[in-house]
Design a protein around this ligand. Structure first.
Ligand code: IPE
Ligand code: IPE
Ligand code: MG
Length: 257
């Protein structure tokens, strides 16, 4: 933890939890064994983030595209989600962690939807940290849903298309409820976004690690944050203003250009 400066923490950390299948394959186990160990990594990461004081942690647990995986794997993932929503209840309550979920949640089986709804409602007033699970989530789908809603409002005369701006988009993007992503982590060695938060990651710092998700833990999170803190975020601006050369005013410089 010595590496991390707790006065400059990312406000929103989002993680693409990848590599469960390969973790299991390397041990001659079924892919589902990797997902089970992945749940332990979720707990460890959530605890570490909470202890550090990170306000928002978003975890990519199941993508919209993951529905095309073999049905047996999907069933195992849904079962695991349901188990975790029961087993982690006390952990969330004791640590005042607010649970939230983004994605096309209506596509989840009813048993998962109801457990999710009851734990999100039970924890909704907590302010320790917001843990958001991205389930049946896709960044493009989120943009499509927001665009559809804007088009409907324009058609019904509720808004003027000319009024559509960043704030209007933010308000329609559930992933923006906890603000833009500051640090986007992906485990498992691939260097891609795989349709995770797109709009809100516009200026995220990206951190890729070869570590497979089941091996991720507190120290891995600290390393990711230390890397984040070593970056200079410029948001399209120039680095800390350079002093003008001696004897030259801004006007003179402009003329020279
Ligand atoms: C991430 O691990 C978990 C989900 C996508 C649900 P994978 O299952 O993608 O594992 P790999 O990438 O095949 O190793
Ligand atoms: C991204 O991992 C989705 C999640 C971690 C939930 P994938 O394994 O589905 O992504 P690709 O197939 O490597 O792009
Ligand atoms: Mg994968």
């Amino acid at each position: 933890m010595g590496l991390v400066d707790v006065s400059r923490l990312p406000q929103h950390v989002a993680i693409i939890m990848d590599g469960n299948g390969r973790w299991a394959q390397r041990r001659d186990k079924p892919r589902t064994a990797g997902h089970e160990r992945g749940a332990d990594a979720v707990r460890a990461t959530m605890r570490a983030a909470r202890r550090l004081g990170i306000p928002a942690l978003t975890l990519y647990a199941f993508s919209e595209q993951n529905w095309d995986r073999p049905q047996a794997e999907i069933n195992a993932l849904v079962d695991l989600l349901c188990e975790c929503l029961v087993s982690e209840r006390n952990e969330l309550v004791d640590n005042e962690i607010r649970l939230s979920a983004i994605g096309r949640l209506h596509k989840l089986p009813e048993r998962a939807q109801s457990k999710l709804a009851s734990l999100t409602s039970e924890t909704q007033s907590f302010e320790g940290m917001t843990l958001t699970l991205a389930l049946s989530y896709g960044g493009r789908e989120e943009l499509i849903d927001a665009t559809r809603e804007l088009a409907r409002r324009a058609r019904d005369g509720e808004i003027d298309p000319a009024q559509i701006d960043e704030a209007a988009m933010d308000a329609l993007m559930p992933s923006m409820n906890v603000g833009p992503v500051d640090l986007l982590v992906r485990t498992g060695g691939e260097q891609r976004i795989s349709n995770f938060i797109l709009w809100g990651s516009a200026y995220a710092e990206l951190y890729f690690t070869d570590e497979l998700w089941p091996d991720f833990g507190a120290n891995s999170l600290y390393s990711a944050i230390a890397a984040y803190q070593s970056r200079e975020r410029r948001f399209g601006l120039v680095p800390d203003a350079e002093p003008l050369p001696a004897n030259e005013s801004a006007d003179e410089l402009e003329r020279a250009i």
